[in-house]
Write a new protein. Structure first.
Length: 142
């Protein structure tokens, strides 16, 4: 891992809850970094911040994450940078990933980018957009 650390990928605002990943979860985080996060950072030449990486099941529940969230197995990260649209499009067009989500925002820029990578399974290259519709979060294939 060139630009990211396990500490950064496991950081949480719930400091009283241990969010230490298992060995398998750590291997998944390393693969996510090596295959997606580091190449994106290298190519774009701009800092990328992980706003949410690994979340144990308790933290995932506290933040309202999906029960089957890839965050809980170390396969996903939510990212922000100075140009979230550029980040999203670079990943979409150049890298292997399992899921890529344009999270909220508008037609020109997502609020953040969710990306996942599976080191053991098939990477589906599923591309979605998250929107608020009638007070609920809806996901649309794009």
């Amino acid at each position: 891992m060139k630009y990211f650390t396990i500490k950064e990928l496991t950081n949480t605002s719930y400091k009283s809850i241990d969010n230490t990943p298992s060995n398998v979860q750590t291997f998944n985080l390393v693969a996510l970094c090596e295959r997606v996060l580091d190449p994106a950072r290298e190519e774009l030449g701009m800092p990328i911040t992980v706003s949410s990486g690994f979340r144990n099941t308790i933290i995932n529940q506290l933040v309202g994450g999906a029960v089957n969230s890839q965050h809980t197995i170390g396969e996903a990260a939510d990212l922000v940078c100075s140009d979230n649209a550029k980040l999203f499009n670079y990943i979409r067009n150049n890298l292997i990933f399992d899921q890529l989500i344009w999270e909220f925002g508008d037609d020109t820029r997502p609020t953040w980018v969710h990306v996942s990578y599976s080191r053991q399974g098939v990477n589906r290259k599923e591309v979605l957009r998250a929107k608020h519709v009638n007070g609920k979060i809806k996901y649309f294939h794009i």
